[in-house]
Design a protein around this ligand. Structure first.
Ligand code: DAH
Length: 326
């Protein structure tokens, strides 16, 4: 085969593999035809050597260019390094927020649009804030109902049993009128399908001159409806909490999944009411001039209704089969 034949064969090549074979045949380091011919220069008769070498180098250049051009054409890459965009890589998994922080963000968003500020408080709380200032004195039976974790070796210190102490902290630092919500973790000695020793609540507080129970109802129904994302049935019952008067409990109905035995039953979402004058006076707010409502709701429970989750403990087990559903 003459070198000139390759001027025809190279451009006619159809695949990258074929081209590589041809390139090896010509330029392969061990026995490529061009490589061998170059090695042979030294054996050519001296008077012919120059011409032979020049001719060979001309072909070397020419064929290299042809191969490079063909490579570009076949592989579409400038430097001859190919990137095979047709290769099927495993799908990259994208994570997402856990249901609880996601819901907290939505709570902040929905209430934020209604003018509510977001506040946070400590999870290790003093007895003073967790109970006393909420009108729950030392001998008050309401303390027993809270199944409190007391700190060992630190006096008068608890893992907060509810987000209500943040109301007190907020009122001490702000002058009315104000509206705030406070999401966070709370702790109680409790564990079953609808209770966990650590769970989440969000507290709400709105203080002004003419705030009434009607405002409380409107704010709660509007916001929860939006947070659940569909129409849900609520009911208010009277309920006792020392820091509000009158006090109520709000229930939401399990709806949508006929397979759960709870369908059509009420699930308690939290408590609410008009802030007790003792609480207001305790933080230096004149209860004759100012009044308002407060509420404290679980976060897991509305989520259970929203997504038909029968057991609250699934939130914390970290089981990917559960987490991936949302
Ligand atoms: N802190 C109460 C609890 O956990 C719930 C609660 C009831 C909060 C009435 C309130 C309220 O702000 O007004 O059990």
């Amino acid at each position: 085969m003459n070198w000139s034949d390759y001027e025809v064969t190279i451009p006619a090549v159809k695949t990258a593999n074929e081209l590589e074979t041809l390139e090896q045949k010509l330029f392969g380091r061990k026995s490529g035809l061009i490589t061998e011919a170059l090695k042979g220069i030294k054996d050519v008769a001296p008077e012919k050597k120059k011409e032979f070498a020049a001719d060979l180098n001309m072909w070397k250049k020419k064929l290299t260019i042809l191969i490079d051009e063909k490579k570009k054409e076949l592989l579409g890459a400038d430097d001859g390094d190919s990137i095979d965009i047709s290769l099927n890589l495993p799908k990259k998994e994208r994570g997402h927020l856990h249901l609880i922080p996601e819901f907290i963000r939505e709570v902040e968003e929905v209430f934020g649009r209604m003018g509510f500020d977001t506040a946070y408080g400590p999870e290790i709380e003093t007895e003073e804030f967790n109970f006393n200032k909420l009108n729950i004195p030392a001998d008050h039976p309401a303390r027993d109902g809270q199944d409190t974790f007391w700190a060992k070796g630190v006096k008068n210190t608890v893992l907060r049993t509810h987000t209500s102490p943040v109301q007190i902290r907020y009122m001490q630092e702000h002058k009315p009128p104000f509206r705030m919500i406070c999401p966070g973790k709370v702790y109680r000695k409790d564990s079953d399908a609808t209770h966990s020793p650590m769970f989440h609540q969000f507290e709400g507080l709105m203080i002004g001159k003419n705030i009434s129970l009607a405002n409380l109802k409107a704010v709660l129904v509007t916001s929860l409806q939006e947070l659940i994302g569909r129409k849900v049935e609520f009911r208010f019952r009277t309920g006792y909490f020392p820091f509000v008067e009158p006090g109520m409990e709000m229930d939401m109905m399990w709806q949508g999944d006929l397979s759960t035995s709870r369908e059509g039953k009420w699930l308690e979402m939290g408590g609410c009411g008009m802030v007790h004058p003792n609480v207001l006076e305790g933080v230096g707010i004149d209860s004759k001039e100012w009044q308002g409502f407060a509420f404290g709701f679980g976060i897991e429970r509305p989520l259970m209704i929203k997504h038909q989750i029968p057991d609250l403990r699934s939130f914390y087990e970290g089981d990917l089969r559960f987490l991936r559903q949302f």
